[in-house]
Ligand binder design. Structure first.
Ligand code: G3P
Ligand code: CA
Length: 338
């Protein structure tokens, strides 16, 4: 990583458990967050949404079909938005069996019947145990949840999490010195420029990161090109979409103008088991010049979503400041954590 973490109150080489330890356990569920916490990650990552009756919950997709049995329990509402369900209804869903069916090699009987979690429940997990990770919270589809930033602020305040210092791994493990007792136990992230503005107004003291992506609504991309017969899928994805320096510059400027401490670009993934491990894996938004441009502006670079040691190595060489990862165990091992 860069030396920016000595100036910005965020752990160096941040280990951010994407939806928990979501390679080993169903994403955003209790075992996924417990595993990540007990591994010693810096942050538990979660995507924030709000139920019909106003409860903050940790769910990634805007619908429930991919990773719950909503089609069995509420057959007419399989494609309905999360916001149309009450907490009581969400709690009736099984958010773990899909994982056992999709990943038989990682399946466990205890995963079937897992519940969707509220933000309160994720905070409970972070507060228990010995490691006390922070929370790295994304406002998801914020345009569907007006006022969610204020709701979050109220909740964090009620739970005593505003202004709480980040726990950091010992400096020796991070390869750099940390600034210590400063705010940063909660970091906010969003793809939405509007939500970044609202977060700046609503919780100015909480560090914010603007997530970067290519395509409609994100950074302007050059048109896709056809795959050549002689190139791998990885090479094809790597060259098919390119951000212009001007477009990248304008997103960095927006982030900086709204007090963000950094950006969260997408990474190119090495193929794993014949498949890319993220739907965003074809977006390279951390080329060396991009990381350099962010660092020259004093902005941290936290990269999503990176799971493979070859990718940790490549991006570490470029000086990125942390990774969102589904495979927290592998990343901690990469950083020399026992
Ligand atoms: O929050 C970083 C990364 O999680 C963004 O992508 O779709 O997994 O929320 P997504
Ligand atoms: Ca996210």
């Amino acid at each position: 990583g860069s030396t920016l973490c000595t100036k910005i109150p965020i752990p160096c080489d941040a280990v951010i458990a994407h939806r928990g330890a979501s390679y080993q356990a169903p994403e955003s569920t209790r075992p996924a967050y417990l595993l990540a916490r007990d591994l010693g990650v810096d942050y538990l990552e979660l995507d924030l949404q709000r139920t019909k009756d106003g409860v903050l919950v940790a769910i990634h997709d805007n619908t429930l079909n991919r990773n719950t049995n909503v089609a069995d329990v509420f057959p007419d509402r399989a494609d309905a938005a999360v916001s149309s369900f009450t907490l009581d209804e969400l709690k009736q869903l099984d958010a773990g069996s899909w994982f056992n069916a999709s990943y038989p090699d990682r399946a466990r009987d205890s995963y079937s019947g897992l519940e969707i979690l509220t933000l309160d429940e994720v905070i409970d997990i972070a507060e228990s145990g010995d490691n006390h990770p922070g929370l790295y919270i994304e406002t998801k589809v914020p345009e569907q949840f007006p006022g969610i930033e204020q709701d979050l602020r109220d909740k964090l305040e009620a739970r005593g999490w505003l202004g709480k210092a980040a726990k950091t791994r010992p400096a020796a493990e991070q390869g750099a010195v940390n600034v210590g007792d400063t705010p940063g136990r909660v970091v906010m992230q969003t793809f939405s420029k509007a939500s970044l503005e609202t977060l700046e107004e609503t919780m100015p003291e909480v560090p914010r990161v603007l997530l970067l992506w290519l395509g409609k609504g994100g950074i302007e991309a050059a048109p896709a090109k056809p795959q050549r017969d002689d190139e791998s899928k990885a090479d094809y994805y790597a060259r098919q979409q390119v951000a212009s320096p001007e477009a990248y510059r304008s997103w960095l400027d927006f982030a900086k103008d709204h007090g963000a401490i950094g950006v969260g670009p997408s990474a190119i993934q090495t193929e794993h088991d014949g498949q890319f491990s993220s739907q965003f894996s074809y977006m390279e938004l951390a080329e060396p010049w991009m990381v350099g441009m962010a660092h020259d502006d004093g902005m941290l670079v936290h990269l999503y979503t990176v799971d493979e040691p070859a990718d940790f190595e490549r991006y570490q060489q470029r000086g990125v400041d942390g990774f969102f990862t589904n495979r927290a165990e592998q990343l901690l091992e990469f950083h020399g954590h026992p």
